[in-house]
Design a protein. Structure first.
Length: 416
């Protein structure tokens, strides 16, 4: 990178840098439709037939041939039978005749148009209507949704609820997807106690492994939790190597601050190729990315996240999430959407860095959606993440803002 400066790395540039090293998993699996939810397609899905498979009625009404419409006087047709969805009318409809038809019922031979039942008068076995419907009105044509052979979903697409139904609608029972990405992670720090242990003075409970567990679970990867590891060179080394042996991606939190005499840096120099950045952002200043070589042939991707709990979540959403999606097989994952909304409170902000302040999007009394900050914005205040439903993204050039200013927000709910 031309103007690569590890001490003031813009967030967008770091993201770009990471992208060039991300080659997706190659191994595939053949899974039943339901099992494929959240997986990434490894092969295109083509429509094996037309959808719908046959011409059918879009309404409850009467099927007839548009040639029978009487343009001068009202049209009178004889009802000769009924076509139900799933139970077709067998015969042929001749001039002057029609068939009562239900939604989804197959269009009988000799008909091409449906008039809805509310628009006709039924007397005995005859219908009468003065309206002049257009030919093909209220008919869903074979192949109207999908043509036989048409690409329905492309390789690289992540399967969501609608896709499960779409695949089922084609009669396809199994799909080819990439295998799950394996992600190993551990926390580092002498001060960390694990849930279940007594907290001594000077200790904090390890929360990063829990937020990471949550965020990774929502991405649908295979999780390997290697625990909270003290700042001990040997322990850290053996854990790092264990992680690299087992996983495609290794994530650590804590111990990557630039300038710190941390064991992690020495270890990563010994077992991999890792760059350390001070990202021009808050929270999430120190960040490391690279490859770690375990005993397996292929090196693992490595993300060294900051230790502060909010910084872990912010860097995960801003860097790790997208990288993971690419490694899972999505060629160009959709970026998290950003919206402009009015902020109802003053905001304190330093220029020269991107800030991801925690915000609450709310429906104001005037019916418009607006945002307000959650309160104190310290990188250690994890409750701010629990309160928040969005990030207020404030770019480098932005300084302090007055209430009423339009700001950018990135919605958090449902993003991974
Ligand atoms: P570090 O990046 O290791 O200097 O850590 C920065 C701050 O984050 C320190 O206050 C740590 O105590 C805190 N921290 C590091 N790891 C964790 C963790 N797993 N859970 C909660 N806090 C942590
Ligand atoms: Mg530490």
């Amino acid at each position: 990178m031309d103007d690569y400066d590890p001490n003031s790395m813009p967030a967008a540039k770091a993201r770009q840098f990471i992208k060039q090293f991300l080659s997706p998993v190659m191994e595939t699996e053949h899974l039943s439709i339901r099992e494929s939810l959240g997986r990434v397609l490894a092969a295109d899905i083509l429509s094996p037939s037309n959808v719908p498979n046959y011409d059918n009625s879009a309404m409850d009404g009467y099927a007839f041939n548009a040639d029978d419409i009487n343009l001068e006087k009202s049209t009178v047709l004889k009802v000769i039978g009924t076509a139900f969805a799933g139970k077709a009318f067998d015969g042929e409809v001749k001039p002057g005749e029609c068939v009562r038809i239900m939604t989804g019922g197959m269009m009988p031979r000799g008909t091409d148009t449906v008039i809805v039942q509310e628009r006709v008068t039924l007397t005995g076995d005859q219908i009468n209507f003065s309206e002049v419907p257009k030919r093909k009105m209220n008919v869903r044509y074979a192949g109207e949704d999908l043509q036989q052979g048409q690409m329905v979903l492309g390789a690289g697409h992540m399967i969501r609820a609608a896709d499960l139904g779409l695949i089922a609608s084609l009669g396809i029972g199994k799909v080819s997807v990439y295998r799950k990405l394996k992600v190993a992670f551990f926390s580092t720090g002498d001060e960390l106690a694990s849930v279940g242990e007594t907290l001594n003075t000077g200790q904090v409970y390890d929360s990063n492994r829990y937020t990471l567990y949550g965020m990774l679970s929502r991405l649908g990867v295979e999780i390997i939790d290697l625990g909270a590891i003290a700042d001990d060179a040997e322990l850290l080394e053996s854990t790092l190597l264990k992680a690299a042996e087992q996983a495609d991606v290794v994530i650590t939190s804590g111990g990557v601050s630039v300038g710190e005499a941390d064991y992690m840096k020495l270890l990563l120099a010994k077992h991999g190729q890792v760059v350390f950045w001070k990202i021009a952002m808050k929270p999430g200043r120190p960040l490391a990315y690279g490859k770690v070589q375990g005993s397996k042939i292929k090196a693992s991707h490595y993300f060294g996240l900051p230790g502060n709990p909010v910084a872990v979540m912010v860097t995960f959403y801003q860097f790790v999430r997208e990288a993971m999606l690419m490694l899972m097989g999505q060629a160009s994952p959709a970026p998290l959407p950003i919206f402009n909304v009015v902020c109802t409170e003053n905001i304190k902000k330093q220029t020269g860095r991107t800030e991801y302040q925690r915000g609450i999007l709310f429906n104001d009394t005037d019916g418009a959606w607006k945002v307000k900050p959650t309160g104190a914005q310290g990188s250690a205040i994890l409750s701010s993440m629990s309160l928040a439903n969005c990030f207020i993204v404030l770019n480098e050039s932005i300084g302090n803002l007055e209430a009423g200013t339009i700001v950018q927000v990135q919605v958090l709910d449902g993003i991974v």
